[in-house]
Ligand binder design. Structure first.
Ligand SMILES: [Fe+2]
Length: 384
């Protein structure tokens, strides 16, 4: 058995109104002049207004500043500009609020503050990760789980490819999971981001790395999503459903410290080449990815099926997989996540470039079964 690292370290305040606890926690984190990192869309939302309200109400000589220039798929310049704003305002820590993009930029900006001349294409050469400014993460979507992740994805200026900065020091010192901050998310984005969390749970559970703690919570994440995502889509103000989805998204991201699989390798190029939303790309690829894996390793989805609440205990291994995949396919379809890639601008002429990037993507290296270039060709053509 190979060595594995187990780590579930992020302090989290969960529940409706959790945002009200933020200010009282900041001094303990050494955070008296935070830079708030977000994007223009989030800056205009009620969620941001709730944050501004609790920050503005502190008085006591504290001060805070906003950088709202994060792009939907963050670029290197976003990180450098956030770091410039941090230095300009003499900040002492970062609070990021929003979806995965502002959270990723908030995490990485602390490294750019510490190392202004850092070459992001060679970040892995960084040997000293100590002394990063404290970081607080406040998600307004329930999908990526970036708030509990130790990585940050930014697009490099030199190559236009995505770099994944990865280090435990990037982790937040505090996470606020407040379902009231997600009620404004429209149904189609609630569904797509939730499908991302579902894919994290399923792919991390079936990833062959030995990590029984992650396996256990991944199954609970699946159970929560199956129960709560349809409710959150039907009624955006259902705080119980919104809260369960926030918990499930964080669970998914903690679980995927095990790693992911073929579905994420199919999805990443669909975003970088065709501009598809990450959650939507995962949703459209998930059933085909599951069928591919089950055809080569029967029985891997029985426990996923049990987590979904379906009766697969007495089924044969292929039957258990089939019933589970049918359930997931139908679940996604009922959320409107059953369109074809061509409905989102993907064309046959994109397939070569998609396959080239999918082969280079690291996620499938930990898929439950090996994936070859021809498998990616077959899967994309099936999904077109
Ligand atoms: Fe994802």
């Amino acid at each position: 058995m190979s060595l594995t690292t187990f780590s579930f370290p992020t302090p989290t305040i969960f529940g409706p109104g959790a945002i009200s606890q933020l200010v009282s926690r900041l001094p303990g984190l050494g955070l008296m002049r935070p830079l708030i990192v977000t994007d223009a869309g989030v800056a205009a939302t009620d969620a941001f207004a709730q944050l501004a309200k609790v920050m503005g109400g502190t008085g006591q000589g504290k001060d805070w500043f906003v950088f709202s220039g994060v792009h939907p798929n963050p670029i290197e310049d976003d990180v450098r500009e956030a770091a410039n704003a941090y230095r300009q305002h003499k900040c002492d820590g970062v609070i990021a609020i929003g979806g995965g993009s502002p959270l990723d930029v908030g995490k990485a900006a602390r490294l750019a503050v510490k190392r202004p001349a850092l070459d992001f294409a060679r970040f892995y050469e960084e040997t000293d990760w100590s002394g990063l400014a404290p970081f607080v993460a406040i998600p307004t979507t329930a999908g990526t789980g970036s708030e509990v992740g130790r990585s940050s994805v930014v697009t490099l200026k030199s190559t236009h490819r995505k770099a994944v900065l990865f280090h435990p020091e990037l982790l937040a010192k505090l996470v606020i999971l407040d379902p009231q901050l997600t009620v404004g998310l429209p149904p189609h984005l609630t569904a797509a981001t939730g499908a991302d969390a579902l894919t994290h749970c399923i792919e991390s559970f079936t990833c062959p790395v030995f990590h029984p703690m992650c396996d256990g919570i991944a199954l609970e994440g699946i159970r929560l999503i199956v129960e709560a995502l349809p409710r959150a889509c039907r009624n955006g103000t259902d705080l119980d459903a919104r809260g369960r989805m926030l918990a499930a998204a964080a669970i998914g991201a903690v679980a995927f410290q095990k790693d992911l699989g073929v579905v994420h390798s199919l999805a990443h190029p669909l975003s970088s080449i065709c501009g598809m939303h990450h959650g939507l790309a995962n949703a459209l690829c998930l059933p085909a990815g599951m069928k591919f894996c089950a055809s080569r390793k029967p029985g891997i989805y029985r426990r996923v099926g049990i987590a979904c609440g379906i009766d697969v205990m007495r089924s044969s291994e292929p039957e258990a997989d089939q019933l589970t995949i049918h359930f997931i396919t139908d679940f996604l379809a009922r959320l409107g996540l059953n369109t074809r890639l061509r409905d989102h601008g993907v064309k046959p002429e994109h397939v070569d470039a998609l396959v080239a990037q999918a082969v280079d993507d690291p996620c499938h290296k930990t898929n439950v079964v090996p994936v070859q270039a021809q498998d990616f060709v077959d899967l994309y053509l099936q999904l077109l």
